[in-house]
Design a protein around this ligand. Structure first.
Ligand SMILES: *Cc1c(COP(=O)(O)O)cnc(C)c1O
Length: 356
């Protein structure tokens, strides 16, 4: 626990309320960080209750080496963005989706439940404490917030850890694309499975990601940008890219995305499908067989970091399926970004304003 003095110091830091973007970084060349920010917000859970939380300048924790997070991967994370909007507000984008997903992952890994009120408080404190690092409106950037929830403290048994930490780390990030979207090349990896039908693929659990590093490296070494996984059981249905959902424009013009319990339910995907309907398109989740890929008109990867990344080709063994242009993906991308930045009416109520 921090001392009273450090509490007061960090409190003073938060109280000075720096102006949005006053860190004066080169917002246009930010990339994806992580870059240092002013403060991390941390809550500790012990003996059945969450504490009041602390803010500290150090993005570090001290852990017992027997901690579950290190030995058993008892850890889940989230990722979402805060934006400075056209009308000067600061808004978290669609945080209710991340709150619900964190809760479902916590239940699966026997981590303590994080009430919505606590999750929103942590996010708001993070935005306030780091307002200097929030890219100003017009820069195309955002403050990316990464909530992590993990078990720690010494315990040998495969049973929930004695203590838990919920931490909100953040970094300013730039726009992935400057205007026009550029296509990426996907490679189907038949030699690896991302997630089993009754496994943990549908949860943002830490353990899903370390095994993907070797797969990603192999995909890059073969000259491709991103791995695409099929279902582990039959290898006939499309599941998702390594850290992004699969979204496509079907032959009939509808927007489709694979429905499968082992696909991570992307918050961006749910927004894309809902905004597509607002734009008058049909949009739904359904099974997409590999055999259907050659009839798809457009394909994109979708997630918080990039919103939508069009795929120029998908390769599986000798078969290469190419996608020439992505007018619908661009339209959907623009609709999401304009909603995030307040340039489009927030008809779905996705913006959660944070008063600084
Ligand atoms: C995080 C993640 C996504 C994207 O989810 P968003 O909520 O849209 O950021 C998709 N697939 C996997 C495997 C992920 O971990």
């Amino acid at each position: 626990m921090p001392s009273v003095l450090s509490r007061r110091l960090t409190g003073a830091r938060a109280f000075s309320r720096p102006a949005i973007g006053s860190a004066n970084l080169d917002w246009r060349t930010l990339g994806f960080g992580p870059r240092p920010t002013a403060a991390v917000v941390k809550y500790e859970y012990e003996r059945g209750a969450w504490d009041a939380g602390t803010e500290s300048a150090q993005p570090t924790v001290e852990l017992h080496l027997f901690s579950h997070v290190l030995n058993f991967g008892q850890s889940i994370f989230e990722g979402l963005k805060a934006f400075h909007t056209a009308d000067g507000r600061v808004c978290l984008f669609n945080p209710a989706c991340n709150a619900a997903r964190l809760r479902s992952g916590a239940a699966r890994l026997m981590l303590p439940s994080v009430p919505d009120a606590l999750f929103f408080e942590g996010l708001e404190r993070t935005v306030r404490a780091n307002a200097a690092y929030l890219p100003p409106y017009g820069s195309g950037g955002a403050l990316y917030i990464r909530p992590v929830l993990f078990g720690h403290g010494p315990l040998m048994a495969i049973a929930p850890a004695p203590r838990f930490t919920l931490a909100f780390i953040s970094t300013p990030v730039g726009a992935f694309f400057d205007g026009a979207l550029r296509g990426k090349r996907a490679l189907v990896r038949d030699d690896f499975d991302r997630a089993a039908p009754r496994g943990t693929g549908g949860f943002k659990v830490a353990g899903n990601y370390a095994p993907d590093m070797l797969v990603s490296q192999g995909t890059h070494e073969r000259g491709f940008d991103v791995s695409l996984f099929l279902d582990a059981k039959t290898q006939t249905m499309i599941e998702e890219f390594s850290v992004a959902n699969f979204v496509a424009v079907a032959a009939d013009g509808s927007i489709v995305s694979p429905s499968s319990p082992s696909v991570l339910p992307s918050c961006t995907r749910s927004v894309v499908l809902r905004l597509a309907r607002e734009l008058g398109l049909r949009a739904h989740e359904r099974e997409i067989a590999w055999a259907e890929v050659s009839s798809l008109k457009e394909v994109a990867a979708c997630g918080t970091a990039v919103v939508l990344t069009p795929m120029s080709s998908i390769t599986r063994g000798e078969q290469v399926v190419e996608f020439a242009s992505h007018p619908t993906v661009q339209r959907l991308y623009d609709a999401v970004v304009q909603t995030q930045t307040g340039e489009r009416p927030d008809s779905l109520g996705l913006l959660h304003e944070v008063t600084l």
